[in-house]
Design a protein around this ligand. Structure first.
Ligand code: DGL
Length: 264
């Protein structure tokens, strides 16, 4: 890629605000990058969609990103990485980084032998975490568990409702009975519930893959000479497919969305 292309934006997408947990981490280590964030809020939640639907959404978003002239796309969504990435990975000329496949190697090689994964129903159904972790460490024991409605709790910011407090506690207890050494937060919405998890267990028990993800992407962009080295201030643009006001409101405790999202 030519030098001038280094200043092109990097696209991020998710069903809603979840991918902001990845973007926040990414901006911490790569503050100079220009960003386009796509929240596919009209299709929320992705976790109960079929493979065919998820492939169609991913293709449309990647075409949108292509028209915007991105230099790379980050799939800041486990569900899309699990169900759509394999089908769409060769359809575009820019690098596409899926969260599960990019992070599994480093988790599998970290010496953990018993690991839990909280994810959406569609991610668990794909078995992608188990597949990718076992590819690197065949002896690792994995329990994948679909958490009911955690995405809804984050998107509606309803974690203080008694019903949702109970929901989080019950599902956490079920996972703890498996006695995992670590638990992967296999949905980008879940790190936003860390304060709730911490009421019952230490936060050290959890792996937020976005930390590994951002580091690996940085290394890859560096290797491909794609990092933005210009000194002009980085731009961020947000696009959503429904309810831009809700997106900003739900995001606000986690990420300062500077520009009003554009409704597509
Ligand atoms: N945040 C997404 C993920 O990582 C999608 C959640 C959803 O919309 O169900 O899987």
């Amino acid at each position: 890629m030519e030098k001038s292309q280094n200043t092109l934006p990097i696209g991020f997408f998710d069903s809603g605000v979840g991918g902001l947990s990845v973007l926040a981490r990414f901006k911490k280590i790569l503050p100079k990058e220009n960003i386009i964030y796509f929240g596919d809020t009209v299709h929320l939640p992705y976790g109960n969609k079929t493979k065919e639907e998820l492939i169609e959404y991913a293709k449309n978003i990647l075409n949108f990103m292509k028209n915007k002239g991105v230099k790379a796309v980050v799939i800041a969504c486990n569900t899309s990485s699990a169900q759509a990435y394999d089908t769409i990975k060769n359809l575009f000329s820019f690098p596409i980084y899926p969260i599960i496949q990019t992070c599994a190697k480093s988790v599998a090689n970290s010496g953990i032998s018993r690991i839990g994964v909280f994810a959406t129903e569609a991610t668990v159904k794909s078995g992608k975490y188990t597949e990718e972790l076992k590819k690197c460490n065949p002896n690792i024991i994995v329990k994948e568990m679909a958490s009911k409605n955690w995405v809804g709790i984050v998107e509606k910011n309803s974690k203080n409702l008694e019903r949702d407090i109970k929901n989080i506690k019950t599902e956490l207890e079920e996972m703890l009975s498996f006695k995992p050494e670590k638990i992967i937060l296999g949905c980008t919405h879940y790190p936003f519930l860390m304060n709730e998890f911490e009421k019952y267990v230490s936060k050290d028990l959890f792996i937020d893959p976005s930390i590994i993800f951002a580091d690996v992407i940085k290394q890859d962009l560096e290797r491909n000479n794609l990092l933005n080295t210009s000194n002009s201030s980085a731009k961020e643009q947000f696009f959503v497919t429904s309810k831009p006001e809700d997106f900003v409101k739900n995001a606000e405790i986690f990420y300062k969305v500077q520009n009003q999202p554009i409704l597509l």
